[in-house]
Write a protein that binds this ligand. Structure first.
Ligand SMILES: [Ca+2]
Ligand SMILES: [Ca+2]
Ligand SMILES: [Zn+2]
Length: 429
């Protein structure tokens, strides 16, 4: 991010499966690099109040006042999380109506991070998609985007950000291939998702089957920060969203009222850490809905300093710790007290829209544009402690966590069938 504009294009394309949100990350949106005071920490806003200004002009068929009300309702969804301490303050209007004619000047002004007259948060209303188009994006598939503009990279804090919402999707035109439209409820859900990114949340993979087709129960367990909009239920937060926002902005009650499971994903030798796999804790009383996820190695870099990335992909990235103890590390905070299974799976890397780049989950997909396949004999397997040679993909341990309890021993997930010491990325070894 350095100090000037780095815009994350959040496109929403209409798919057979639903709409695609697009952003960057998994777990947190960004984690700090090696130059930070604490490397590998999630970026967040400092303090517990985010002040923002909203644009003038209409948003599709919404009046300006109606657009403001939708913004405020979407922020309220996050503010209502009682284990998080983040609030939002509407500081009035931007100085003029942002349009396609002045968007580049507006963007340049926003990118002057030393100019304190710019608001911390700016919400831009694109009346008819012409702003999106002027920025070089497709107005018929990009519903909006979120960008972090200014940061303090030593402290790992955001100091300025913005979101642009595309009113063309709600201009009243019936939905067709040539003119995509969504309902106002869906548009609200998109705001909630985008504001999740603005707060520092990345994408999450829970009930991944729902990217194509899944049961109604599984659908109700899809989090707001899933890379696709597949359900109107995503306008309300699930355990995973609540865990993530509470971790970034914890209320005093958060860690004392919730449980936490931490461990590593390792290859069959029980030692070699595995980065880039999706770990999900599921409550045994309601496994498809009460679930929290974490990508192994989410705090570790995907670039230079990473001994496991394939040859030729060791680009120097600004983000992520170089502490090799974090390569396989996963962290599942915010668990309602209860009994859980812990499972591991690959992140979606097939179909028309794999979870990479703008729809990425975790550091590998975000930065390298692919996802590792499961390296052993299971597509999905569980934590089983202690692991035995007779374990199959369904063998599992249940872990009980109480309020305020952190379980971090006996929690390494040993991947089954990868060979005694597996190095996936160096052939012939
Ligand atoms: Ca405007
Ligand atoms: Ca929901
Ligand atoms: Zn997104």
């Amino acid at each position: 991010m350095k100090s000037c504009a780095r815009t994350i294009c959040c496109s929403i394309a209409m798919l057979a499966a639903g709409m695609l949100f697009s952003a960057f990350a998994g777990g947190p949106y960004y984690v700090t690099g090696p130059g930070a005071a604490v490397p590998g920490e999630a970026y967040r806003w400092s303090g517990s109040l985010l002040r923002y200004k909203t644009d003038l002009g209409n948003l599709g068929r919404l009046t300006n006042a109606e657009a403001d009300a939708m913004v405020s309702a979407a922020f309220q969804v996050w503010e209502d999380v009682d284990t998080a301490s983040i609030g939002f303050q509407h500081d009035g209007k931007l100085s003029g109506d942002v349009t396609a004619d002045n968007i580049l000047g507006f963007q340049n002004a926003l990118g002057m991070c030393s100019d304190p007259s710019q608001p911390s948060g700016s919400i831009v209303y694109d009346l008819d998609g012409s702003i999106i188009e002027a920025l070089g994006m497709d107005k018929n598939s990009v519903l909006g985007f979120t960008g972090v503009v200014c940061t303090d990279d030593r402290l790992g804090t955001y100091t300025r950000g913005w979101a642009v919402m595309n009113g063309r999707f709600i201009d009243g035109t019936p939905d067709s291939a040539g003119h995509r439209s969504v309902t106002l409820d869906e548009f609200h859900g998109a705001f909630v998702h985008e504001f999740g990114h603005l707060l520092g949340l990345g994408h999450s993979q829970i009930n991944v089957e729902c990217a194509t087709e899944c049961s109604a129960e599984d659908l109700s367990g899809v989090p707001t920060m899933f890379p696709f909009l597949v359900s109107p239920g995503q306008a309300t937060l699930n355990a995973d969203d609540i865990s993530m926002v509470s971790s970034l902005y914890p209320e005093a009650s958060f860690h004392s009222s919730r449980g936490r499971i931490q461990g590593r994903v390792v290859f069959s030798d029980g030692v070699t850490p595995a980065q880039g796999y999706n770990v999900i804790a599921r409550n045994t009383a309601d496994p498809r809905v009460i679930a929290v996820s974490s990508v192994s190695g989410y705090r570790f870099t995907a670039g230079a300093g990473n001994p496991l990335v394939p040859f030729g992909m060791d680009t120097s990235f600004f983000y992520g710790s170089h502490d090799q103890n974090l390569i396989g590390f996963y962290d599942l905070p915010g668990l309602p007290p209860g009994t859980y299974t812990v499972e591991v799976e690959a992140i979606l890397n097939s179909g028309s829209v794999p979870f990479v780049y703008n729809s990425g989950v975790g550091p590998i997909g975000d930065y390298l544009g692919f996802q590792y396949k499961m390296p052993g004999s299971c597509e999905l397997q569980y934590l089983h402690h202690p692991p035995r040679s007779t374990d199959d993909c369904g063998t599992r341990t249940t872990v009980s966590v109480g309020a305020g309890q952190v379980v971090s021993t006996g929690t390494d997930i040993v991947l089954i069938g990868t060979g005694p010491r597996y190095d996936a990325w160096e052939s012939g070894e």
